[in-house]
Design a protein around this ligand. Structure first.
Ligand code: S3P
Length: 181
């Protein structure tokens, strides 16, 4: 028997590179769908009582990834939420498989040229970007695209503002409920 939730009740998960707007758009989508919003990075910080840079510094990235996976497993099987994952969560194949089996996964994509304009506001609290050259970061950006290629729907941020993007995503979700239920 398929123990998964009916399609319409499944939580919606946003994935994509650091700083593309997963949290901003996720919060707007949650509001429009009258669902709770969960930011996995915030949950990790609450659990450790530390900021993400402090967690990386004190316990190291592997401890961060273990907690990230554990929280995703517990949060993502609950129904009717909108969830934003940290940009590295999909590096773990168990996370990819779990989210694709139990949720509806939306990939927010952006071109490198648009993303690199944001680097200055992003880098300070993103330990995985620190100490890297622009060339290194560009390489990671393109490598990560391969892991995000597993998703249910992809949206190119392009010139959209967050409100317009959220509106468009909500329309798409409602259409998919009609199609797949
Ligand atoms: C990370 C992305 C961050 C956060 C952590 C690691 C990554 O989340 O989880 O700093 O490896 O891509 P955002 O994508 O919300 O910045």
């Amino acid at each position: 028997m398929d123990a998964r939730l009916p399609y319409r009740m499944r939580s919606i998960v946003f994935i994509g590179f650091m700083g593309v707007g997963k949290t901003t758009i996720g919060e707007l989508v949650a509001k429009k769908l009258l669902r709770d919003f969960v930011d996995i990075d915030k949950e990790i910080e609450k659990d450790f009582h530390l900021s993400i840079p402090e967690i990386f510094q004190t316990f190291g990235e592997p401890a961060f990834r273990d907690k990230e996976r554990e929280l995703i497993f517990s949060v993502c099987k609950r129904p009717l939420q909108v969830i934003s994952l940290g940009g590295g969560a999909f590096l773990q194949s168990a996370v990819r498989q779990f989210c694709l089996a139990h949720c509806i996964v939306f990939y927010l994509d952006m071109t490198w040229d648009s993303w690199k304009e944001r680097i200055n506001v992003i880098v300070d609290n993103r330990p995985v970007l620190q100490g890297r050259t622009m060339e290194d970061i560009e390489k990671v950006f393109h490598e990560r695209k391969a892991i995000y290629s597993l998703h249910n729907s992809k949206f190119d941020i392009g010139d959209w503002d967050a409100e317009g993007m959220a509106e468009y995503i909500v329309d798409t979700i409602k259409l998919s409920w009609d199609l797949y239920d």
